[in-house]
Design a protein around this ligand. Sequence first.
Ligand code: BG6
Length: 489
Amino acid sequence: KTESSLSITVVGASGDLAKKKIFPALFALFYEDCLPENFTVFGYARTKMTDEELRNMISQTLTCRIDKRENCDDKMDRFLKRCFYHSGQYDSGEHFAELDCKLKEKEEGRLSKRLFYLSIPPNIFVDVVRCASTRASSKNGWTRVIVEKPFGRDSESSGELTRCLKQYLAEDQIFRIDHYLGKELVENLSVLRFSNLVFEPLWSRDYIRNVQFIFSEDFGTEGRGGYFDNYGIIRDIMQNHLLQILALFAMETPVSLDAEDIRNEKVKVLRSMRPLQLENVVVGQYKGHSKSGKTYPAYTDDPTVPKNSLTPTFAAAALFIDNARWDGVPFLMKAGKALHTKRAEIRVQFRHVPGNLFKRNFGTDLDKATNELVLRVQPDEAIYLKINNKVPGLGMRLDRSDLNLLYRARYLREIPDAYERLLLDAIEGERRLFIRSDELDAAWALFTPLLKELEEKKIAPELYPYGSRGPVGSHYLAAKHNVRWGDLS
Ligand code: BG6
């Protein structure tokens, strides 16, 4: 008999994130036999629903992405039988006490491990944590809570949220998720750096000219304008997803792969950075646009967005790490919605070859001859290195070529969704990919002065057409730092 029992309570079970990501991720873990023998999934939300209705709702979004040939329906049924629902208010201790009774019933006296996933708006985080921790926490095992951004809007509100959460939970019970850290290529970053001799020795200002972190989506804020307008792209993508990748990219070699060792190094990078300055930032907002008979809306066409909103849907920024390894190297970030393509990538542009013997083969533009390493996080995961190569033949003509590792060609296995990895880690108590509170503080310290200045000075974003490559200002910003965006050249 297995001695323990795991329950995962998804608070905010009828929300979009729960339906699209969390339940499907839990099913994928079940499918792959990663969940323990005794587990139950509880949905918790205000809507009145029966267990059966919850199962119906969840089943709409479950897919057998792993192996379509196997008897997936059977697995789905077995998974759904473990899913239950409890309807309650988010601030009602009593309702959480009822949940506690139901959880106990399923646990049948075994050691209880309780994971709460807060898939709810931030203004009710603290209420839920208070109720869950005082009325529905495990008495003999562990209780962990996964929270998802936004963690406040600036240093003060984030600090306040942390203080409130810590009234009820210890730091090691709080799992702050940044789903970009669960993406395959982001996890691979450390493997690439620290287990290949050819990269790490070059990983510094001596060989790297600049690094670019690029996020673009080819759709706008459709349906999420109300949430988005209060945050904007800098808080939505840069301060968390891109900055987290930057910290992993730039950190010193950790003592070990332990969560604390890695997070110690990440936080050092964040603390070595200069807070962003307005002169190193460009903001944009998409405007309506017609193309080939199709009309695309402006950001402010969204009925939940104020007509005069100055909220950026695009931003580009140059950041600097003032330490010995990275002194003077521009780290550029670019993030935008409603652009021409959907993509997330890291680009590393290397320096020129000193005294390049083949200089004349490149004409006057020596930048075109430098190596570039690209980690394409999505879509179509790949790692490629741009090199110069001789075009076969009798002459001496050089060509730009790629050493290309395309995941779908090399690995036949499907790549797990970020939420699968992160949920499994939280269940196993692995904190490596979760954000520690000091990391969060350091991240906000970098962005808060800029965000305040943008708001106080009412900086108008540069408008760019829906589906375009974004504001031209981002090119000027890059050029100011002697950089050319790799995705556009
Ligand atoms: C979320 C942002 O964190 O990440 C969204 O709030 C964004 O605005 C999403 O669309 C992108 O995630 P992914 O995994 O689809 O690239």
